[in-house]
Design a protein. Structure first.
Length: 475
């Protein structure tokens, strides 16, 4: 008997009706992920579930390390079969971690496998899924189409040629693949040598020799125009926190000169460089009509030994306890004061600050766009039932849930799209229970319309993604 049944997470009939009658069949706009554009454009066929599931998945890697699995079977040189076996042995011990639900949702939805994954059945499931992964329905595009994905927005450096996006744009198939402008390397100035190498690459693709800070800004403007011409309508930034200074507190050209000449920078000089660069970028985003996203609060690369051994993004980052409110308000005010604050999504990693972020978003809404400034979906360590519910409650209590642009995968995995189902089931269960308790009207058609807005229509209207723009939002 299947562990995940039709009414998984749906506790009462009202929740069941909202999910099955309204949420389930809505298309997916995955407006933030880390999927490989190359794999999409080339319609990559995974050779086995280890490649599709375990490569680059730091969620699984952390669980395996915690369970006592040797690194050889995680990021090391063990065979694909051995790595899958070790993951399968770990899975039964992930109870109450979202990995347990995700794993079995993905096995059931993509492969029709209802068995609970264990070390005992690992070989059979490995061979079964390996065979299915060779079918057309399980290519990268096939996997996305199985989940009715309408558009994906990848995460791309300003130096990217966008060749794979351009290739996909010529194909009359779903999903649409659009780039997102992620300029984090532009203000990653801890390593002067690496930064100068990056500037050379940016100069090459922009056709500008970058010798001054103004050259840098001009090169970035050219790349933004190029991205825009290729369908980009979003930017994204990952930072511990936003900074604020009075403009011209420091001479940014002097700071830039130090970078080029390998001279040391004071901490505040680095922060000012990030601040002024972001302000320049945000003003351009506003001019282009883009949505800007800020992922704030991650404490990265905490295990320095593992960073040296395995590199970044391998499972050694944490929730940070950085102060956010004051500088966030001042940063947004810097843009607001000149009429250049565009649509903004604020993602918070520290759940203790959910209400801070939700109320901050409300401070800067101006009536021009529904949900112009809003708190983003539960991110990273909050991408689980408790975290998502806390985020939904924060924006419900402090803002308007009805204007929320909904779920995203934020994932490198082509098998991660059941996370949209996971979110939709939770959303419908929350609202269904509200109906039962008499907290909202017993009007399934009305509440169901709001569910569909959150699952799909709000995102389609908000992001202005350049295709089929006639959108009707529930009044």
């Amino acid at each position: 008997m299947a562990f995940i049944k039709d009414n998984f997470l749906l506790e009462i009939p009202q929740a069941e009706e909202l999910y099955h009658g309204y949420a389930k069949e809505m298309p997916i706009i995955d407006y933030h992920n880390h999927l490989s554009p190359e794999y999409v454009a080339n319609n990559h066929q995974f050779k086995n579930l280890t490649e599709a599931w375990l490569t680059d998945d730091h969620y699984k890697w952390r669980a395996m390390r915690t369970f006592g699995i040797d690194e050889q079977y995680i990021t090391g040189d063990a065979s694909d079969e051995e790595k899958f076996q070790k993951w399968a042995e770990t899975v039964p011990h992930t109870l109450r971690n979202p990995l347990y639900h995700w794993t079995h949702l993905e096995l059931q939805r993509y492969f029709g496998i209802e068995d609970l994954l264990t070390g005992n059945n690992a070989e059979r499931i490995y061979e079964d899924t390996k065979e299915q992964l060779q079918e057309k329905s399980h290519s990268t595009i096939g996997l996305l189409q199985q989940f009715n994905v309408e558009v994906i927005c990848t995460t791309d450096d300003p130096t990217d040629t966008l060749a794979h996006h351009r290739s996909m744009a010529k194909k009359e198939i779903s999903p649409k693949m659009l780039p997102t402008f992620r300029p984090d390397k532009v203000y990653a100035i801890e390593d002067n040598s690496a930064y100068r190498t990056y500037l050379e690459k940016l100069g090459e693709v922009s056709g500008i020799q970058i010798l001054t800070y103004q050259d840098l800004i001009m090169a970035l403007k050219k790349r933004m125009v190029y991205f825009h011409e290729n369908g980009c309508r979003l930017s994204d930034h990952g930072l511990e926190q936003l900074y604020h200074f009075e403009i011209n507190n420091y001479d940014v050209e002097v700071i830039f000169g130090k970078l080029l000449n390998d001279l040391p920078l004071e901490r505040e000089e680095k922060q000012y460089f990030t601040f002024e660069t972001l302000i320049h970028l945000c003003r351009e985003y506003h001019k282009l009509g883009w949505v800007q996203q800020f992922h704030l609060g991650a404490l990265r690369n905490t295990n320095k030994g593992k960073l040296a051994q395995l590199g970044p993004d391998t499972g050694f980052d944490s929730i940070g306890d950085f102060p956010q409110a004051i500088n966030l308000a001042k940063f947004l005010n810097t843009l607001e004061n000149t009429g250049q604050l565009g649509k903004t999504i604020l993602y918070n990693l520290n759940p203790a600050l959910n209400e801070v972020f939700a109320t901050m978003a409300g401070n800067f809404n101006d009536g021009s766009v529904r949900g112009k400034i809003q708190m983003g979906s539960g991110w990273w360590y909050n991408d689980q039932l408790d975290g998502m519910e806390r985020q939904l409650n924060a924006i419900s209590n402090m803002g308007l849930l009805s204007c929320f642009v909904g779920m995203l995968t934020d994932s490198r995995s082509f098998l991660s799209f059941p996370r949209h189902e996971y979110f939709r089931r939770l959303l419908c269960n929350i609202l269904g229970n509200d109906i039962k308790k008499g907290l909202v009207p017993n009007d399934l058609s009305y509440i169901g319309g709001m569910v569909q807005d959150i699952c799909y229509r709000n995102a389609k209207a908000y992001f202005n993604l350049g295709y089929n723009q006639k959108i009707e939002i529930t009044e």
